[in-house]
Design a protein around this ligand. Sequence first.
Ligand code: VAH
Length: 337
Amino acid sequence: MNFVNSCPFVNLCREMQKETVLVIGACGQLGTELTEALRGIYGENHVVASDVKKSDNDVFQTGPFEVLDILDKPKLQEILEQYKPTQVYHLAALLSATAEKMPEFAWKLNMDGLFHLLDAARDMGIVKKVYWPSSIAAFGPNTTRINTPQYGAMDPTTVYGISKLAGELYAQYYFNRWGVDTRSLRYPGLIGYKSAPGGGTTDYAVAIYHDALTTGKHHCFLKPGTVLPMLYMPDALKATLDIMHAPAEKVKIRTSYNLAGMSFGPEEITAAIQKHIPSFSSTYEPDYRQAIADSWPAVIDDSRAREDWGWKPDYDLDRMTADMLDNLRRMGFRIDS
Ligand code: VAH
């Protein structure tokens, strides 16, 4: 997908091609694809990828890469001074399932990492725009589950969700008090074929496609009927680039925007795959991630993103399933003979 021509603010995009962009946490599921997309807009040498360890994904075999632990504030400042990025995408965080196994470190990484970047953006006069992801995990068991509103009860029960809610409020504070141009989206579960997810409760929805093309069976850690909001990666990239390229006056919410693509349970994605591979089947054995999923909303109202900066997803479950299976087959995933 050519993000320059697809960007609704394409003239702005072309102007921005002279800028340098830094991606922190670039080697994760979203970061890998976002780095590739940003390099398609800004040019390979204008997008600096950084992470604690360089992944062997092809995306990082070319273009600038820096080893950066976001908890190392002096190193962050050194990289900002060296490359002078006007935009920073800060993706480094522990996701829901992993964070519950190491809550103290998760809070430190998710919060101190964000503060290091917000402080640098406020104090160094280099960074003009900061993107950082929130999540529907910022909602909790007392949130309206169907058509979850942009504003409503937010009582997250996971460290990850609490850190995302706190981060949203701090990002808004830095915008209101010091004018740091922070932008954020409450991602649903993200599904893609180019990079592996890392420690989330929605990860099953990626693994199930790989299993469909290898073993023909998926063992799901959530039970049937666990409906969760999900988003196909091309849509996640479109939303992320659109909000970052939108004129500031269109970004009216500086905590984080609700974002939605589709909602489904494990039995529904299984049925969507069976339309292509009738022999495919899933079994269900809920684990500790079931309680996390049960605390989250099922269907998100993203009308404010649609109204403010023109958001609209392109993929539903059937279109995503066809695209995932086609691309995974093209990459060599085949049902065991
Ligand atoms: C997780 N993939 O499962 C993330 C996401 C809504 C879920 O935030 O933790």
